[in-house]
Design a protein around this ligand. Structure first.
Ligand code: ADP
Ligand code: MG
Length: 578
């Protein structure tokens, strides 16, 4: 027997489920569906985000509704417009073979009279946001006085968003005899209060431990200076070329700012927040769903309920004010049985919040270092190689091949590969060669207790920051993270070590020769950073041999980083053209 049939679902529902490609019920579905089908009861069901709660109440609801009658029999309240539409869509899919069943979505930002009209045509199930529902009740556009079922979906989030009063008021317009099903990812006090106040001896179902995050999500944090948040984000994106992620910021302003920067740097990103018009939000969501956008930068409220599978990374650009919100954020990934990563970018002062989150999700975080330039270059290189491997050959180029072959006839296969990769790769490589080391949160950096040094060698001597770092580590006999913030200029450079190493550094380089030149190392107060941004560097040191571009380095460097991305998308374009 089909596993859904075994739960007691009608053949028409089982057929719809099969068409949707669900093979077996999720745990919450397995537990909730038989109970809701067989018993007339109230229910409190707790399960993490992405565990299939919609179907857990949707299937029984559809089976219990009388599709032949047009009167409103069920009300589903959900926190946001996006979620409202998602639930309605899911219900329509489930009810594909139920003749006459008409779920209607009711939410703000769209014509209220249009929605009222749809309801008047007979809506057995109304899926509504509390605000708009309240509006419709006030205007007597709906009648919920005869409903049999009320579902409070994502109850915790509705309460978080301040809908307590609306919910209370809406429920007062419903009959006492109805049954209330409450679904939630977490069980804060407020939800317990609602359950107590509006439900009669509810059956409680819990999947996983309360408040637990999805278990196929791993949690990582990266420690950075607050000023380096954005650079860290960029590196994380570059180190994951196939990233498909939601990036959470605390405010609309930050959301907008981060998205704009990413776009400027050549990434496919967009912002999603409450200041956008509904139309804009729909467009953004559509592009995200179809993966035109790789990185969606969003506020918590706007991202609530985004039901997009395949999200590889959730990135907490800033931690939420309410620690509980972290569960919702990380629940955006690891959906539908896939695995995902939830990343937190933290500054040192926020570190204790990680511990609180660990307690809530009952999972440990792994501390990781922001990947360095070399690591990213390697990842990008192999990504490019794989892209090439998978690229379908476009035979449009066939007619040109003889002449192309002529141009390249003197090169061996090895040389051609090297050259091809160099064309596409060098720009990316140069960007990271010139960018500073970000390993601020690395074990070697004990938070500001460091000394910054000036050294009179740099690019002219053939060093970039990575090779200089290696040179310093070897010469000073220091470990991997003991030399940091290495910044190679044209004729000189800067680097940091822990303050405790100051004497050792000065001692080592006292009378030190390099290529017959006297090496001069001094303690400096120059941060070596602030100046870079101004782009003055190029004017002062225009002739760095290995570093073309001089003054535009910072800016064009960013573009180059982005260019790596454009290369990928052009490869993708090539592929789809075929
Ligand atoms: P929740 O409300 O618990 O966050 P959803 O109901 O939005 O989760 O479901 C998450 C995703 O899993 C949706 O894309 C949904 O279509 C899918 N899904 C639900 N149940 C199953 C199932 N039994 N098998 C496969 N996919 C499922
Ligand atoms: Mg849900």
């Amino acid at each position: 027997m089909n596993k859904f049939e075994a739960l007691g679902l009608n053949p028409s529902l089982v057929k719809a489920v099969a068409e949707m490609g669900f093979e077996s019920p999720s745990e919450i579905q397995e537990k909730a569906i038989p109970v809701l089908l067989n018993e007339d009861t109230d229910m409190v069901a707790l399960a993490q985000t992405g565990t299939g709660k919609t179907a857990a109440f949707g299937f029984p609801l559809i089976q219990k509704i009388n599709a032949k009658s047009g009167h409103t029999q069920a009300l589903i309240l959900s926190p946001t417009r996006e979620l409202c539409l998602q639930i309605t869509n899911e219900l329509k899919n489930y009810a594909k073979f139920e003749k006459g069943l008409n779920p209607v979505a009711v939410y703000g930002g769209a014509s209220i009279s249009g929605q009222a009209k749809e309801i008047s045509r007979g809506a057995q199930i109304i899926v509504a946001t509390p605000g708009r529902m309240q509006d419709m009740i006030n205007r007597k556009m709906v009648d919920i006085s005869k409903i049999n079922y009320c579902v409070l979906d994502e109850a915790d989030e509705m309460l978080n968003m301040g809908f307590y009063e609306d919910i209370t008021n809406i429920l007062s317009h419903t009959p006492k005899e109805k049954h209330t099903w409450l679904f939630s990812a977490t069980m804060p006090k407020e939800v317990a209060t609602i359950a107590k106040k509006f439900m009669a001896r509810p059956i409680e179902i819990t999947v996983g431990s309360k408040n637990q995050g999805a278990t196929n999500v791993s949690h990582e944090y990266y420690m950075v200076n607050s000023r380096q948040r954005y650079d860290a984000l960029k590196r994380l994106a570059d180190a994951n070329p196939d990233i498909f992620s939601v990036i959470f910021c605390r405010t609309k302003r930050d959301t907008q700012k981060v998205a704009e920067k990413l776009i400027e740097d050549g990434y496919s990103a967009a912002a999603l927040h409450g200041d956008l018009s509904q139309n804009q939000r729909d467009l953004v969501m559509k592009s995200f769903r179809t993966k035109q956008i790789q990185m969606l930068v969003a506020t918590d409220v706007a991202a609530r309920g985004i039901d997009v599978d395949d999200i590889t990374h959730v990135i907490n650009y800033q931690l939420p004010d309410e620690i509980e919100t972290y569960t919702h954020r990380s629940g955006r990934t690891g959906r539908a049985g896939k695995s995902g990563v939830s990343i937190v970018i933290v500054s040192k002062s926020e570190l204790r919040k990680i511990k609180s989150i660990e307690r809530i999700i009952q999972q440990k975080f792994e501390q990781k270092d922001i990947p360095d330039g070399m690591e990213i270059c390697r990842v990008q290189l192999f990504h490019l190689a794989n892209d090439i491997k998978e690229t379908k050959i476009n035979h449009e180029i066939d007619p040109y091949l003889p002449s192309i072959n002529e141009v390249l006839e003197d090169f061996s296969r090895e040389e051609l590969i090297k050259k091809f990769f160099s064309v596409e790769f060098t720009r990316f490589f140069n960007y990271y060669k010139n960018s500073p080391d970000l390993s601020t949160g690395a074990p070697g950096d004990h938070g500001g207790d460091s000394t910054r040094f000036f050294i009179n060698i740099g690019a002219k001597d053939g060093f970039d920051w990575m090779s200089l770092k290696d040179f310093l580590k070897a010469t000073l006999n220091l470990g991997r993270d003991d030399v940091f913030k290495v910044d190679a200029k044209s004729t000189f450079s800067f680097f940091n070590t822990n303050a405790s190493e100051t004497d050792k550094v000065l001692e080592t380089f006292k009378d030190f020769q390099y290529n017959g030149r006297h090496i001069d190392v001094e303690v400096t107060t120059d941060s070596g950073r602030g100046k870079r941004k101004g782009g003055k560097k190029g004017k002062k040191f225009p002739e760095g041999r290995k570093f073309s571009g001089g003054g535009k380095k910072e800016k064009s460097g960013n573009k180059k980083g982005g260019r790596g991305r454009n290369i990928e998308s052009s490869l993708k374009r090539r592929r789809t053209k075929k």
